[in-house]
Design a protein around this ligand. Structure first.
Ligand code: IPM
Ligand code: MG
Length: 354
């Protein structure tokens, strides 16, 4: 089992160190090799996704990623930004299915800004399409054109989906729903965008393969509203790349603790890239205070989805629940009456609880 480890930027190296320690403690014969992605790769190799990383990521069975990005690279040309490395690795490895669970741990019920009764027991899975849509659509750019009788700058992007791209991601959502509460809500903007009318049509057609799963449709603006109004109505939500980017950030904050949420990006053969849902948090980088649990839980997702080792995945997840029950908290989830710990101490506690 070969794992390509990409610590990345900001807090990435700190949180990844803890996830690697946890994986090593499981005695699973994992072959882990590190490479550069993001800003650190731009500094070292003038490329956010250098060739050595491409090679290692292709050879590996799974990729474990910390986080990429930081203010020092924000003004670089687009090709030399850390985020570009992330988009390229997704596209290159064909990681079209992004699974973003939003789970509220009972111990962290107070972390949400919503009323406890609205979010208690929350368990939503957002399935976001990750290699298509306006993110990758051509033509795109900013050009000077004559528009409305005026020579001016003109910015444009293209939203597009093929029916096969829609069908394969909708199937991922239905398959996931079968292991949960058998409800899929497909999110689109069919009242305005033709591309998403196709999305809705294909979702409806695909539902015929899954008579045991209930399909509903929702417009994205309403979905954004319903997520804060009554989030527990949802089981699995499936949507395109851009809507999924936005809704998954919203859903993560229902739990109040984005530092807790893992994610998986899978190809057609369950090869996957696993990363925390949060970013590189440059403001706290290097201070040893970041929450490593989302990365540790991402490692658990990797064991489950790519390596099919449900027992090992659960061992990690149970250990994380134990340390929460012990009252240990990093700064992002701290509340009075609990014990504030740093990144390393949190990792130590998970190791002890394994
Ligand atoms: C995410 C991030 C990325 C995205 C950025 C960093 C390119 O927001 O993974 O949600 O938009 O997909
Ligand atoms: Mg995002």
């Amino acid at each position: 089992m070969k794992i390509c480890v990409l610590p990345g930027d900001g807090i990435g190296p700190e949180i990844m160190a803890e996830a690697v320690r946890v994986l090593k403690a499981l005695d699973l014969k994992l072959d882990m090799e590190e490479a550069l992605l993001g800003g650190c790769a731009i500094d070292a190799a003038k490329d956010p996704f250098p060739e050595a990383t491409q090679k290692l990521a292709k050879e590996a069975d799974a990729v474990l990623l910390g986080a990429v990005g930081g203010p020092q690279w924000d003004n670089n040309p687009r090709e030399l930004r850390p985020e570009r490395g992330l988009l390229r690795i997704r596209k290159d490895l064909g990681l079209f299915a992004n699974l973003r669970p939003a789970i509220l741990y009972p111990e962290l019920a107070n972390a949400s800004t919503l009323k406890p009764e609205v979010v208690a027991g929350l368990d939503i899975l957002i399935v976001r399409e990750l290699t298509g849509d306006i993110y990758f659509g051509q033509p795109r750019g900013v050009e000077v054109r004559e528009v409305d009788g005026l020579k001016q700058r003109y910015g444009f992007n293209t939203m597009h989906y093929t029916e096969s791209e829609i069908r394969r991601i909708v199937r991922v959502a239905f398959d996931a729903a079968r292991k949960r509460h058998r409800k899929v809500c497909s999110v689109d903007k069919m009242n305005v965008l033709e591309c998403t009318q196709l999305w809705r049509d294909v979702a409806t057609e695909t539902a015929k393969e899954y008579p045991d799963v209930e399909l509903s449709h929702m417009l994205v603006d309403n979905a954004a509203m319903q997520l804060v109004k009554n989030p527990k109505q949802f089981d699995v939500m499936v949507t395109g790349n851009m809507f999924g980017d936005i809704l998954s950030d919203e859903a993560s904050m229902l739990t109040g603790s984005i530092g807790m949420l893992p994610s998986a990006s899978l190809d057609a053969n369950n090869k996957g890239l696993y990363e925390p849902s949060h970013g590189s948090a440059p403001d706290i980088a290097g201070k040893g205070v970041a929450n490593p649990l989302a990365t540790i839980l991402s490692a658990a997702m990797m064991l489950r989805y790519t390596f099919g080792n449900e027992a090992a995945a659960q061992r990690i997840e149970v250990a994380v629940k134990k340390v929460l029950a012990q009252g240990l908290r990093t700064g992002d989830i701290y509340e009075p009456g609990t014990t504030r710990v740093g990144t390393r101490e949190m990792g130590d506690a998970v190791l002890a609880a394994l």
